[in-house]
Design a protein around this ligand. Structure first.
Ligand code: ZN
Length: 265
């Protein structure tokens, strides 16, 4: 990914895998080799207001013990979910090739992997249980509340930003600033404005929302690697000033915590 970022002329990228930090060290090493700044990050699967919310963490310490323990819990929940779905499928006479699932997601098998696997393996074609099993697989566990996710990111020294707000309520793509007050109270630092799924109208709306709430407007392509829906890396350019603003936010947060040292590159 980092090599590809260099090829696409990107000055910086963030690695924000879902609930996993296993790729950060490798990416940072590659970043030095290819001259791309790599921001260590995470995207936590959380629940807010009864809905799925993804909370991005930037400049995190991936080895922070509290984060490590939280992510371990998240992985256990996901593994249990995958086992439940496979058991349910088996009980319905549908056999899913588990060994093949790993190829859809490099680092861990999730509900999304199952959905992809079931569709690609064609197992559910014509099965009366298709809908039921796909729905069950897609209902992934949400290991953190949004407030917990923000607190965990802060504990690991990071800056917390709400990912793709347009996805929160599909029927209401332009949520007003006041909607996010509880997240701001929980310490949210940013809200994603530049996003591949957010067109110019939505992007500009959330830039204004961020400004109104005193948050940083963040951004990214939400690239999920070369395997899914094309290689999106770099398809959503984000101004360099956004990274500077995120770093400033990080420094302000650090200043509020005098026991911590260090700075983002
Ligand atoms: Zn997301």
């Amino acid at each position: 990914m980092v090599e590809e970022a260099a090829r696409r002329d990107l000055a910086a990228i963030a690695i924000t895998d879902h609930d996993v930090v296993g790729g950060i060290a490798e990416a940072q090493q590659a970043g030095q080799r290819f001259g791309v700044e790599v921001v260590p990050g995470i995207e936590l699967t959380a629940e807010w207001d009864g809905r799925l919310a993804h909370i991005l963490g930037y400049f995190i310490d991936p080895a922070h013990p509290e984060l490590v323990v939280g992510l371990e819990r998240a992985r256990e929940q996901m593994a249990a979910h995958v086992r439940d779905v496979l058991d349910a499928a088996r009980a319905l006479g549908v056999e899913i090739d588990e060994a093949a699932l790993a190829r859809y997601r490099g680092r861990y098998v999730s509900g999304a992997t199952l959905v992809l696997g079931m569709l690609e393996q064609g197992i559910l074609r014509g099965s009366p249980h298709a809908r039921q099993l796909l729905l069950r697989a897609s209902r992934e566990p949400r290991p953190f509340s949004a407030a917990e996710a923000i607190a965990l990111i802060h504990a690991a020294g990071g800056v917390a930003s709400l990912a793709h707000p347009v996805k929160l309520r599909r029927s209401e793509p332009l949520l007003p600033a006041r909607t996010f007050a509880p997240l701001v109270a929980a310490g949210l630092d940013g809200i994603e404005a530049w996003q591949i799924v957010q067109g110019p109208t939505v992007r500009d709306h959330y830039r204004r929302v961020a400004e109104a709430l005193g948050l940083v407007a963040t951004g990214g392509s939400d690239c999920h690697g070369p395997r899914s829906v094309g290689m999106r890396l770099g398809t959503q350019r984000v101004p360099a000033a956004v990274l500077s603003a995120m770093k400033q936010c990080w420094r302000d947060r650090r200043r509020a915590l005098p026991d911590r040292t260090g700075s983002p590159r």
